[in-house]
Design a protein around this ligand. Structure first.
Ligand SMILES: CC(=O)SCCNC(=O)CCNC(=O)[C@H](O)C(C)(C)COP(=O)(O)OP(=O)(O)OC[C@H]1O[C@@H](n2cnc3c(N)ncnc32)[C@H](O)[C@@H]1OP(=O)(O)O
Ligand SMILES: CC(=O)C(=O)O
Length: 531
């Protein structure tokens, strides 16, 4: 490991350049605190002066952000062509941000200087020199991001290196080689980094993911000697995104063995990734390395049978090191071992090999009939309990019936549904009518009404999501339907599945499982007693 190594996070600047992400000042402050707790070296907060939110962020950061691990960095550009750094309003905005560190983006590809800046190669070098010199004289520590460096190096090697040299000689602490268009491949990185290393300044790398190689390219640059790596949490960024810092941190720490973060900080990696996705209002990528929900999820029976002996046999690292969990998925690809491991995770031992085989066969048959247990852990647990004689049914259904009509109450045509539910709970027969704006809603009301006298806690159960999938679309209205229902009691969440030839039948099965499961687990009991 180099003597000094920087993890430079640009989620708040380049990450916010991703389509669909818009961060408020409050969001930025929250993310900065999370990143600081994770233990990154630098947090690039945005471009002061570019928009009111970024300007306000830096103003508020001066009084509201107490960073213990990281340094805050203000990002901006070199001065305008033909002017001076001392009189450039954009540079003044960077100074006003009040940070010790400033990162300047500088052109390093000759074509970008002539075509995009519409300036000369010499003037661009003067812009770099003037801006870095001006800021360092003010006591700022300056990093320089050489935009399009790798493409520029291929087009005009000596000019790209001149930009690095100019920045270094003007006093830049680190010069960062950027793969701005993200098209590099790992085996193209080393030679370019080595050529720049000859200049004798600390080097960094900033990769975009357009070739799908941002992490690999960054690792190749690290191998070639860079001591500073820029990226974003979850790989947010322009187009296909930036290098995913969560993957890189785990790679360097767990594969290279570099102690970049304390173990307890590394164990926050999964939480950090999810928390920032929540704040950025982005769905979390389930297949994200190390931190994704599926990163350590095992579906194949053969994998499970090996994992039963030794978890390491089908895992490249231990999930708990990054704060993630090993999960066993139950499906038509499961074998006995999958079922035994999953049941054990749910607190149900199935030591008998034959019984485990019977449960597995039942799962496979039900999956063939349309059930899916991969997400529906609660229905799986009920099935295992039932087949292993560990289920006391909290109620016994006698029948249900649903009527839907369009009526014109108060002169306004609208649909309404009634569900008649008959069941026995704690020895009492209940016959109730539930009303709802649709048949499933009415059934839900009916089952709650029928169960409440015996189990008042069901009033606290809420159906939070409902998903329907038609399984054999070609059969049209005659098709088999699968319903998945997510239920919550405010503390726990559980998922159940139902299958039927119509959506109401499938919904009833998923609903009945949902209430059975909640009652079997004793969910909501304490809250109901305190009411
Ligand atoms: C590779 C990267 O991702 S770098 C980060 C890019 N991030 C962003 O662009 C997001 C924030 N940007 C903005 O809000 C705006 O673009 C601003 C405030 C920076 C500038 O806005 P405007 O003044 O309206 O200029 P506009 O965006 O049209 O053009 C950029 C100007 O900067 C100049 N410029 C571009 N790169 C550089 C550079 N490295 N150094 C100096 N000037 C530069 C361009 O030549 C152009 O100059 P011109 O106005 O004289 O034509
Ligand atoms: C600086 C930067 O964001 C880039 O070159 O991609």
């Amino acid at each position: 490991m180099p003597e000094r190594f920087h993890l430079y996070d640009t989620t708040l600047r380049d990450g916010a350049q991703q389509e669909g992400i818009q961060l408020s000042v409050e969001d930025k402050l929250r993310i900065a605190r999370i990143l600081d707790a994770l233990g990154v070296t630098f947090i690039e907060g945005g471009w002061p002066g570019a928009n009111p939110a970024d300007t306000e962020f830096f103003a508020r950061a001066q009084t509201e952000l107490r960073l213990t691990n990281a340094r805050l960095v203000a990002f901006g550009a070199t001065r305008k062509a033909g002017g001076t750094a001392a009189t450039d309003p954009q540079v003044a905005g960077l100074v006003a941000a009040g940070t010790e560190y400033i990162c300047l983006v500088a052109k390093s590809h000759d074509k970008h200087v002539t075509d995009a800046l519409r300036s000369t190669l010499d003037e661009n070098l003067a812009m770099v020199n003037d801006t870095v010199t001006y800021l360092t004289r003010l006591g700022k520590k300056v990093l320089v991001d050489c935009e399009h460096f790798f493409d520029g190096f291929r087009a005009n090697r000596s000019y790209a290196l001149d930009v690095v040299r100019t920045a270094a000689e003007a006093g830049a602490e680190v010069v960062v080689l950027c793969d701005t268009n993200g098209g590099m491949l790992p085996n193209w990185m080393g030679d370019v980094v080595s050529a720049a290393a000859g200049i004798g300044v600390d080097l960094g790398v900033h990769c975009h993911n357009d070739s799908g190689c941002a992490v690999a390219n960054s690792l190749a640059a690290v191998d070639a000697g860079v001591m500073h790596v820029q990226g974003t949490v979850n790989g947010y960024g322009e187009r296909t995104g930036n290098m995913d810092l969560t993957t890189l941190i785990a790679d360097l720490q767990l594969k290279y063995g570099w102690p970049l973060l304390a173990d307890r900080q590394l164990a926050e990696l999964t939480h950090t990734s999810h928390a920032i996705a929540d704040i950025a209002n982005q769905p979390h990528l389930t297949r994200q390395p190390y931190v994704g929900h599926s990163a350590f999820a095992h579906k194949a029976g053969l994998h499970a049978s090996a994992i039963k002996v030794n978890e390491d046999l089908y895992q490249h690292t231990q999930p708990e090191l990054v704060g993630n969990d090993m999960r066993m998925l139950i499906s038509n690809m499961s074998g006995r071992a999958s079922v035994q491991i999953k049941a054990a995770q749910l607190g149900l031992e199935i030591t008998d090999r034959e019984l485990a085989g019977q449960v597995t066969d039942m799962i496979k048959q039900r999956e063939a009939d349309g059930y899916s247990y991969e997400a529906a852990d609660a229905s799986f647990e009920l099935l295992v309990r039932s087949m292993t004689s560990q289920l006391t049914e909290p109620f016994e259904l006698i029948s249900w019936r649903v009527l839907t009509e369009e009526n014109t109450d108060e002169g306004v045509p609208r649909d309404s549904s009634e569900a008649t539910v008959k069941l026995v709970a704690k020895g009492e027969r209940q016959l109730v009518i539930g009303e709802g704006n649709g048949p499933v809603n009415a059934l839900g009301q009916g089952i709650v009404k029928a169960l409440t006298p015996a189990y008042p806690q069901v009033a606290g159960y809420e159906l939070v999501d409902y998903r329907v999938r038609i399984l054999d679309e070609v059969r049209g209205t005659d098709a088999t339907v699968r319903v998945l229902i997510d239920t919550s009691d405010g503390v726990h969440g559980w998922t159940t599945v139902g299958v039927g030839t119509n959506v109401i039948e499938a919904s009833w099965e998923a609903l009945a499982d949902a209430y059975t499961y909640g009652l079997v687990k004793g969910y909501g009991l304490v809250e109901a007693e305190s009411r």
